[in-house]
Design a binder for this molecule. Structure first.
Ligand code: NAD
Length: 342
């Protein structure tokens, strides 16, 4: 077991604990706890949740909505959970997002610990305190920023993670490489998802490296005034596509990253050979790089993006692989070029 402690400017801190089981962690907690998980993680781990206060929610993005939050809160109230207890979210990004949101509002804030169980949640969703739920077509429209005290990584959970969810999670790993880590990009180019999965030590070190990348960025910029924006690479168009086509988050982000590369070529002079390398890497990791879509509907969703300010949207553009910046792009320009982007 190793532990790394990350401090935020407002004195909050998050301890990331690697290689610890849920049972061991719960024994160390100084207070009572209630677990939040989804039905897939619950069923994949028979016995793990026995004799532990556990709220099980239906799996899937379609359940990341306010009515699920309300039902969780009702169950916490029925079980007489007080605010000194820990809410322990055990699951993929849907569970960790909802655990964070519920913990931040339940009795105006209870303790929070997260056990991410998907690659995507381990390298991205559980880190940095952003949480929330979707509203109709719109992703993460309601939520808070609330740091978990603990994020615990038990890589054994990955044994039951379906193949497509590994692919999904690698979209965020490739995103990290694109925005700030050329050597990670090169490492991924030299291997395959199959090879990585064969070697648990490699999986663990790859996840730890990505935790370090994301926690490094979010501790410097908790409220997205500067570098944290870079983590939105591929997400602006990606979220619009995800909502319209109901495809997995990682797939939508992959298509969004390709679109952001094309936009970077147009606005920023990104060399097309860099885009080509990114497209090859995404394809190598079984991620889609384009989609047939209705451009006018994509534009309608884009207009409601949280990152819109007046007639502009903040887009993350690549300068080259491993270096990115955010800049406002006019809605008119986007509307005009949307067909070339996706
Ligand atoms: N808060 C953030 O900063 C942030 C960042 C990125 C993504 N997200 C959010 O994360 C969500 C996507 O995360 P996700 O891809 O993990 O989705 P998810 O939670 O829906 O998990 C994907 C699927 O895998 C299953 N699963 C998870 N772990 C498993 C395991 N160990 N064994 C068997 N099945 C398992 C889940 O039940 C689900 O069916 C989206 O809602 C996205 O908006 C949040």
């Amino acid at each position: 077991m190793t532990e790394r402690r990350y401090s935020f400017p407002n004195a909050a801190f998050t301890s990331c604990i690697f290689n610890q089981s849920l049972d061991t962690f719960l024994r160390t907690l100084p207070a009572s706890f209630v677990i939040l998980t989804d039905e897939n993680v619950f069923n994949a781990n028979p016995g793990l949740f026995a004799e532990k206060e556990t709220v099980v929610i239906p799996a899937g993005e379609e359940n990341k909505v306010q009515s699920t939050v309300d039902s969780i809160i009702e169950k916490l109230l029925q079980a007489d959970i007080d605010k000194t207890s820990y809410l322990v979210g055990v699951g993929g990004g849907v569970v960790t997002d909802m655990a964070g949101y519920v913990a931040s509002v339940y009795k105006r804030g209870m303790h929070l610990a997260l056990f991410p169980t998907s690659i995507l949640a381990m390298v991205d969703a559980s880190l940095g305190g952003k949480n929330g739920v979707d509203v109709g077509m719109y992703k993460n429209m309601v939520g808070t920023v609330y740091q978990p005290e603990y994020i615990v990584f038990d890589f054994q959970f990955l044994n039951s993670l379906p193949e497509e969810e590994w692919v999904n999670g690698f979209a965020e790993i490739i995103k990290h490489a694109c925005i700030c880590d050329l050597s990670l990009f090169e490492l991924l180019e030299q291997t395959t998802l199959h090879n990585i999965r064969q070697d648990p030590t490699w999986v663990a070190s790859l996840i730890e490296r990505n935790v370090e990348i994301k926690m490094g960025i979010v501790t410097r910029d908790e409220f997205e005034k500067a570098d944290r924006k870079l983590l939105n690479f591929g997400h602006t168009l990606g979220h619009a596509i995800e909502k319209l086509h109901h495809i997995p988050h990682g797939h939508a982000i992959s298509v969004g990253m390709v679109a952001a590369c094309t936009l970077s070529e147009k606005i920023n002079g990104l060399h097309f050979s860099e885009s080509k390398r990114i497209i090859s890497l995404l394809t190598k990791y079984h991620l889609p790089v384009d989609i047939e879509t209705d451009y006018s509907r994509v534009f309608e969703v884009l207009k409601r993006d949280k990152k819109r300010e007046g007639k502009h949207i903040h887009f993350v553009l690549l300068d080259k692989i491993g270096a990115a910046h955010a800049e406002p792009v006019s809605l008119d320009f986007l509307q005009q070029h949307l067909k070339d982007l996706v």
